[in-house]
Design a protein around this ligand. Structure first.
Ligand code: PEP
Ligand code: MN
Length: 334
């Protein structure tokens, strides 16, 4: 349920009303926007007499939220959430380019790619250390050593880093990681999501291979229910009957999620297509559709990549995509 307050209400009046809600066992979330203050309520709101509430001097309106996701709901928090990752802002008009290899392979590889993508305008470095591979016989990532190499690249380039977690037991290794990625295969690993809810780290939550937007938002809700609101959603393509591409990029997810939630939305055109030459058109489509960023796989030697070489751009190709994204944003985004 949300209670929209009239403009000009004092902090003390807001606090008094919040206390009244808390005394009734409700979880209270205050969202102070430029023009309006909204009090979001979670819990047994059936006990609240909405007519009585609406009759209060300071209350403009009261709305029940029918969607099962509350914290992530835009009705709860009308302004865009802006996530600050060591000074790099994501959301609310701040576009982020996340780039780097599928997996960290060596200190030289990750540092070389980091320098190159930074020069092209990327502001966050990606690189998998724990890799969720379909086959147990494929390269599984360098694990803790991979995180060490990423941290070294972070020190050398001053770029925040993002890497995937597959198991909450590894959380201590992620202390200096700036954004923790939850991969598509773990989108509904609820125990992992709950653990991440207890941290205050920014989380990039990827949409599952066959999950609806509602399910994606409910997974975000798991993390937010634990008190961690720093979530970036990621559309990375879904399973359809089409086989020419690795997945099908659901571009409509971007404007739809913008309506449904205040959380930033990033698009991953690399896993969505699986084909390097399709990455550019899909990245540009994402920017035109209003995404808050892209995450693109870039390798200094795609032909010899240990993972996802076919969809990896060279640093030169990434440079071209990055400059075209800036142009698209100039014309498509007001
Ligand atoms: C990745 O980004 O490295 C990855 C494994 O992606 P996804 O979880 O979307 O398959
Ligand atoms: Mn990959």
């Amino acid at each position: 349920m949300v209670t929209v307050l009239k403009s000009g209400v004092s902090d003390e009046q807001v606090e008094n009303l919040c206390k009244w809600f808390r005394d009734r066992g409700l979880d209270v979330h205050v969202s102070k926007g430029k023009y309006q203050t909204i009090i979001g309520l979670i819990g047994d709101t059936k006990q609240i007499d909405t007519e009585l509430l609406e009759s209060l001097d300071i209350v403009e309106s009261v709305k029940r939220i029918s969607e099962p996701f509350k914290n992530a709901n835009r009705k709860f928090h009308p302004d865009d959430t802006v996530i600050d990752v060591n000074g790099v802002k994501i959301g609310g008009g701040n576009f982020v380019m996340i780039a780097g290899p599928c997996s960290v392979e060596s200190p030289e590889q990750i540092t070389e790619v980091a320098k190159r993508v930074k020069e092209s305008g990327a502001s966050v470095l990606r690189g998998g250390a724990f890799k969720p591979r379909t086959s147990p016989y494929d390269f599984q990532g360098l694990k803790a050593e991979g995180i060490e190499y990423l941290l070294e690249a972070k020190r050398l380039t001053d770029m925040p880093i993002i890497t995937e977690i597959m198991n909450a037991n590894y959380l201590p290794l992620f202390e200096d990681v700036d954004i923790i990625q939850v991969g598509a295969r773990n989108m509904q690993n609820f125990d992992l999501l709950k653990e991440l809810g207890h941290t205050r780290k920014p989380i990039l939550l990827k949409r599952g291979l066959a999950n609806t937007l509602k399910e994606l938002l409910m997974s975000a809700e798991y993390i937010m229910a634990g008190g961690n609101d720093n979530i970036i959603l990621c559309e990375r393509g879904i399973r359809t009957f089409e086989t020419y591409t690795r997945n099908t990029l659901d571009i409509s997810a971007v404007p739809m999620l913008k309506e449904l939630t205040h959380l930033p939305i990033v698009v991953d055109p690399s896993h969505a297509s699986g084909i390097a030459r399709l990455v550019k058109p899909l990245a540009l489509a994402a920017a035109a559709a209003g995404a808050d960023g892209v995450m693109i796989e870039v390798h200094n030697d795609p032909q010899h990549a240990l993972c996802d070489g076919a969809q990896s751009l060279t640093p030169e190709q990434f440079d071209d995509v990055a400059s075209k994204i800036r142009k698209i944003r100039e014309v498509a985004i007001e």
